[in-house]
Design a protein around this ligand. Structure first.
Ligand code: IPE
Ligand code: IPE
Ligand code: MG
Length: 247
């Protein structure tokens, strides 16, 4: 049930429904450190990280958020050992197989951004299936950023625009570029959350984050829970967004 007017959360601070972000982007960072702190293999951290995502998607859906974009694998993450990459791709396939039915039942539509044609074929097949299965769901778009890099996305968009129909000498406009990005049709993120205390963007949504509010959480991603998600939303609701004007 979406928030009607206001509701108290675990901290007793109300969230105001009409001031919730439409689109939240999350950099799910810190899985490896979570595992290493416990003397475990980094891949255990990734497994716990996948588990942490589910309650956040549920809560975003319940709150009536329209789009949740999560950074799951960057264009730079190919620099990691192939054993770690294999585990990440396997976890993606597992996640889609086990969670898609419930996500569908909750009204979640699965989409992706990033150059997914370069993912292993098992991952591509699972994604095609999950997208098709959930294609008519309308409550929340769960947008998985996979083999995603903003520079790569912008270059692909510009090249697509070049290859498409437009007048000789016609300049590329802001709206034409937006419409050729992987996020075409989605509102820009209002709120960017990054876990694990890192203050950087790491090639995520460089164009779309132009006016996003930023919340850095000290929690490592496997520890990021709905209470921390609410803290980010409460913080967001204290911000004065001016978009360059006087507010
Ligand atoms: C985020 O956790 C998941 C991916 C980048 C795939 P990390 O694997 O980056 O974990 P840390 O940052 O090394 O702790
Ligand atoms: C960003 O995290 C990418 C994802 C969360 C998928 P990284 O761990 O790859 O980023 P850096 O290397 O710390 O900037
Ligand atoms: Mg990291």
């Amino acid at each position: 049930m979406p928030v009607q007017q206001s509701e108290s959360n675990q901290q007793g601070v109300p969230l105001v429904a009409h001031r919730l972000p439409r689109h939240i982007a999350i950099i799910m960072d810190g899985n490896g450190r979570w595992a290493q702190q416990r003397g475990l293999d980094r891949t255990i951290g990734h497994r716990e990280g996948v588990k942490a995502l589910k309650p956040i998607v549920k809560e975003a859906t319940r709150l009536g958020i329209e789009v949740l974009t999560v950074y799951a694998f960057s264009t730079e993450n190919w620099r990691r050992p192939s054993s770690e990459i294999d585990v990440l791709m396997g976890l993606l396939v597992e996640f889609l197989a086990s969670e898609t039915p419930e996500l569908k039942a909750e009204g979640v539509r699965i989409r992706t951004i990033g150059d997914t044609a370069r993912l292993p074929s098992a991952a591509q097949q699972s994604l095609a299936w999950a997208k098709q299965e959930t294609s008519s769901q309308k409550r929340l778009i769960l947008n998985l950023a996979l083999n995603y890099g903003a520079r790569d996305e912008i270059l692909r968009a510009v090249n697509r625009w070049h290859a498409g129909a437009h007048g000789e000498g016609e300049p590329l406009t802001e709206s034409a570029l937006s419409q050729h990005l992987d996020t075409a049709g989605l509102p820009d993120p209002d709120l960017l959350i990054r876990s694990s205390g890192e203050f950087r963007i790491s090639n995520f949504l460089l164009w779309q984050l132009a006016y996003a509010e930023i919340y850095i959480s000290e929690k490592l991603w496997p520890d990021f829970d709905p209470a921390e998600f609410h803290r980010a939303l409460q913080d967001y609701q204290t911000r004065h967004r001016r978009f360059g004007g006087l507010g």
